[in-house]
Write a protein of this length. Structure first.
Length: 486
């Protein structure tokens, strides 16, 4: 039996969809897991990240999206098969061939309004519960990309999923969004709620002191259960969201420290899931809580003439393959052999009749290192820190954390808006166009400016521009403006 994980934060713009895509492709490419990604966001970002836009539009026209499935089953009382609404062969990563997608529709918000108008919240929750339980028989991991905010469908995912993971940017608004989610969970936990597997610190820029302060603020609260692995802010990670029609390798899509941080994050997530399952089953059978033993990394199938790839990952629970008949039912329900729906598929129970478990013997899970700091140090010549940092009045700081005082002036670069404007050379005999004078030919003259022209300086009344090197010294007044001595 697989596991379902809802990924959401009440604050948008935290890199949620890109993170879900990266985790799904990592689970497939490095762990050999079968992953179903459910795009439950009306913005449909995840749908066009994992497959071509033309294919998504085709499924939308054929009414094979998540909204179509929910509408048929809840609003129309139709017996709909969710497997016919799943797209196979998605993802542009060569090694990630076991990622599947249930695409979204931009009319998802309208569907939620109809659910509220017809008071079918209970029917929606029952359908989602049955759907997830059935999907976990076919997939090792079900990742649900939820929209920001607590909508009707998002609340249903949070209550019926096994776990939830909120991504958080280390800034004021994202942390506030996490607090709202935690408050909602504490006030409605009696109605059922997913378990927090961990908070992901995402899109961190280690060069900004304010983000380092907010990161420490998140880590200081044990209720957040922050992962040790931190995903840095990198341009190539943002470009990974653009679907490539041609295939590319995993390392080409997720290079550098950001790719490594995602690998570490997925490993840490799997270890936490395994440890949580051990604790649950230990509480059922009684006895002390045991530590999950280290697991063996899963290897991809290797041809006899090829060398086995390096072991870099760990499996979710075990290496039990999914039933071929069940996989055939997903790819081609008509051509597949009948599937025994009562038979469990995928992951086996963690605790069985192993005497080693009964005696409480098990090696400790390898502890991961501290938070990853992907930042770059400032040049030694810079008298002050990066102006995008925690300068007073620029960025908010966690409670009790103050910005370090500034002890210098940030040097002005050539593109600083405070830099002076270099006037363009004027033709001989032409005055400045500021006073509406004309050239020697009697034509109105408009003073030109270079491409690097910037907005006026705040201290323009006290600023003396540099003299124009193209004019003689005798033809300049005190402000550097040429005048006609005739």
């Amino acid at each position: 039996m697989g596991r379902s994980i809802a990924v959401m934060n009440t604050k948008g713009g935290v890199g949620k969809s890109t993170l879900v895509m990266a985790m799904a492709e990592t689970l497939s490419a490095h762990h050999g897991r079968n992953v179903l990604v459910i795009d439950s966001d009306s913005q449909t970002s995840m749908s066009i990240m994992l497959m071509a836009m033309s294919r998504w539009e085709e499924m939308e026209q054929q009414k094979l999206t998540l909204v179509d499935y929910l509408s048929r089953a809840v609003l129309n009382d139709d017996t709909a098969d969710w497997k016919t609404h799943v797209a196979t062969g998605v993802s542009d990563v060569e090694e990630a061939r076991s990622v599947y997608l249930m695409p979204s529709h931009m009319q998802l918000s309208l569907f939620e309004r109809m659910i509220s108008g017809e008071h079918k919240h209970a029917e929606l929750r029952t359908l989602v519960r049955d759907f997830l339980e059935d999907a976990k028989r076919y997939f090792d991991v079900v990742l649900i990309d939820c929209p920001p905010g607590l909508s009707v469908l998002t609340e249903t995912w949070l209550r019926e999923s096994d776990y939830f993971m909120p991504p958080v940017k280390p800034d004021y608004l994202s942390v506030r969004g996490l607090e709202i989610l935690k408050r909602f969970r504490s006030e409605s936990d009696a109605h059922g709620f997913a378990e927090l597997i961990g908070t992901i610190v995402n899109l961190k820029d280690g060069r900004i002191q304010a983000e380092n302060d907010w990161h420490q603020h998140l880590m200081s609260d044990p209720e957040n259960r922050c992962f040790n692995s931190v995903v840095p802010r990198r341009a190539y990670l943002q470009r990974a969201a653009d679907f490539e029609p041609g295939m590319r390798t995993f390392i080409a899509k997720y290079p550098g420290d950001a790719g490594q941080s995602i690998l570490n994050l997925v490993n840490e997530m799997l270890e936490r899931i395994q440890q949580t399952e051990l604790e649950r089953q230990t509480a059922v059978i009684g006895g002390p809580v045991r530590t999950a033993p280290p697991v063996v990394a899963a290897r991809a199938p290797v041809e006899p003439a090829q060398e086995a790839p390096m072991d870099l990952t760990i499996p979710l629970i075990d290496d039990t393959p999914i039933d071929p008949d069940a996989r055939a039912a997903l790819d081609d329900p008509q051509a597949a052999a009948p599937v025994d729906l009562a038979a469990p598929i995928g992951l086996e129970p963690l605790v069985g009749n192993d005497p080693a478990f009964a005696d409480g013997i098990g090696a400790a899970v390898t502890e991961l290192g501290g938070p990853v700091d992907p930042g770059y140090p400032l040049p030694p010549s810079t008298p002050d820190r990066d102006p995008r940092g925690a300068a007073p009045g620029y960025a908010a700081h966690p409670p009790g954390v103050q910005a370090a005082p500034s002890h210098g002036v940030v040097p002005r670069g050539p593109h600083d808006p405070r830099s002076p404007v270099t006037p363009a050379p004027r033709p001989h005999g032409v005055q400045s166009g500021a006073n509406g004078v004309t050239s020697e030919a009697g034509e109105p003259y408009v003073e030109r400016r270079t491409q690097n022209a910037r907005p006026p300086r705040a201290d323009a009344d006290h600023y003396v521009p540099a003299p124009d090197p193209h004019l003689n010294a005798e033809a300049r007044d005190l402000n550097g403006t040429r005048y006609d001595k005739s």
